[in-house]
Design a protein around this ligand. Structure first.
Ligand code: AAL
Length: 430
């Protein structure tokens, strides 16, 4: 009997102390209005607390993880120069840019990209009226689609032209650029921008066209027609459908694309860039534009990949949600998943499950991107392609890629100097 009483006494004391710890931890205090006012606890609750939170703390529980370091859709980006590409001593006469997603075929990686080989560097969009059959307006004028292969993703062999711009009046006779690849039922499809005038003449106006082949090495047959039609007059994508990016999902072909709009190109400082989605059952279309287009309110080139049950996107450069990773479980309604920095431009990630119709995307760890300021605009302007590495993968756990405090040397900041603003700022101080 004594034992039973002492055991019960011990239990009561233990339970009592546990409750008081819990209360201490939550520090729940009754206020005069009988509402529960709670001081946020030192130990971060793993589930969203039921008591009132600020909007910032409400949002904290909307992200894929409470801490960026634990967020599968947060990563640093690390860059590597590529071997195997010649740029004529960077004199501006050779440019490579807007690389596709790499694919792996028979143990070799393949990429396709825009290549310009012209006797002079571009003269600029504003001078497009002065462009000729040999003088380019922009860096992506007078271009063809080239391709390269690699065993390791760092050292590349440029194989040659994949798709040449066709003769006038075929679609894309002026320039073809910004390719992406689709592998569908064992065949290969390149989607790309097809220009019938120097970019910049009226704007960066082009539709997306397509070429197909039985082999990644070609030969390629151009369809000579738009794969993604321009929108009707007055619609957001009336002037361009650009930056095709392909994924196979739910047994269909998802093509994400970009359009710049809102007065652009006549009033360039008012332009807005958004991304749309068009879906087809066949690589030859018809591609139905999603009724909720645009589906991404920020970004520039398109970078998307299957992730878990949905689709992840990288939004860079333009818009309020620039420099973010985004996620849409339905592939349409995107939300910010993380903020990222020093982001890659025009990225095509190597995505093993881009075309496997996966139900649970594994994510990505590396890809191709470009730098458009390898030269000096108006002097030797040209772009280079590069490799980018990250940890946006469920199958990779690289803590060094999940750091949030990244310190760049002071000269990186001082290079972004005031320039002409300095004089103006000095006056303001007086
Ligand atoms: C790129 C892409 C499209 C534009 C130009 C070439 O970064 O947005 O392809 O037309 O710039």
């Amino acid at each position: 009997m004594k034992t039973l009483i002492s055991k019960t006494a011990i239990t009561i004391v233990l339970v009592g102390s546990m409750i008081s710890c819990a209360e201490k931890e939550a520090k729940i205090e009754k206020t005069s209005e009988e509402t529960v006012q709670t001081v946020f606890p030192h130990k971060l609750p793993t589930e969203k607390p039921s008591y009132p939170l600020s909007s910032a703390m409400e949002r904290m529980y909307d992200y894929p993880a409470l801490r960026a370091q634990d967020n599968e859709l947060y990563s640093l980006f690390k860059y590597s120069e590529l071997e195997g590409f010649d740029y004529n001593n960077h004199d501006g006469t050779i440019s490579r840019r807007d690389p596709s997603r790499p694919i792996l075929v028979n143990g070799k990686y393949y990429i396709w990209y825009t290549k310009r080989v012209t006797k002079t560097p571009p003269i600029g969009a504003k001078r497009a009226a002065e462009a000729t059959a040999v003088i380019p307006s922009t860096d992506w004028d007078l271009c063809d689609l080239w391709y390269a292969t690699s065993e390791d993703g760092f050292k590349w062999k440029e194989e040659g032209i994949a798709v040449s711009r066709p003769a006038k009046p075929e679609l894309g006779w002026r320039s073809i650029a910004t390719p992406d690849i689709l592998v569908w039922e064992g065949k290969y499809y390149l989607y790309f921008q097809a220009f019938n005038e120097p970019s910049g003449l009226r704007g960066d106006w082009c539709p997306i066209s397509m070429a197909y082949s039985d082999s990644p090495d070609g030969p390629w047959t151009h369809t000579d027609k738009p794969a993604i039609e321009l929108g009707k007059k007055g619609e957001w994508d009336q002037d361009q459908t650009q930056d095709p990016h392909l994924i196979v999902r739910d047994g269909k072909i998802y093509l994400y694309y970009k359009a710049a709009f809102n007065k652009w190109p006549d009033v360039r400082n008012k332009y807005v860039v958004c991304h749309g989605l068009a879906i087809a059952n066949s690589p030859f279309g018809p591609f139905e534009k999603h009724p909720l287009n645009p589906v991404l309110n920020s970004g520039h080139e398109t970078t998307f990949f299957p992730f878990k049950e949905g689709i992840a996107a990288l939004a860079i450069k333009d818009g309020n949600e620039r420099e973010t990773m985004q996620y849409a479980q339905d592939g349409v309604n995107f939300k910010i998943a993380s903020s990222v920095s020093l982001t890659p431009t025009a990225t095509g990630f190597y995505t093993p499950d881009a075309f496997t119709n996966t139900k649970y995307g594994r994510g990505v760890t590396w890809g191709m991107c470009h730098f458009i300021n390898a030269g000096v605009f108006g002097v030797n302007q040209h772009s280079i392609i590069a490799r980018v590495d990250c940890d946006l993968s469920l199958d990779c756990d690289e803590p060094s890629m999940k750091l949030t405090g990244v310190w760049h040397k002071p000269d990186v900041y001082f290079k972004q100097g005031l320039g002409g603003l300095r004089k103006k700022r000095e006056e303001i101080q007086k």
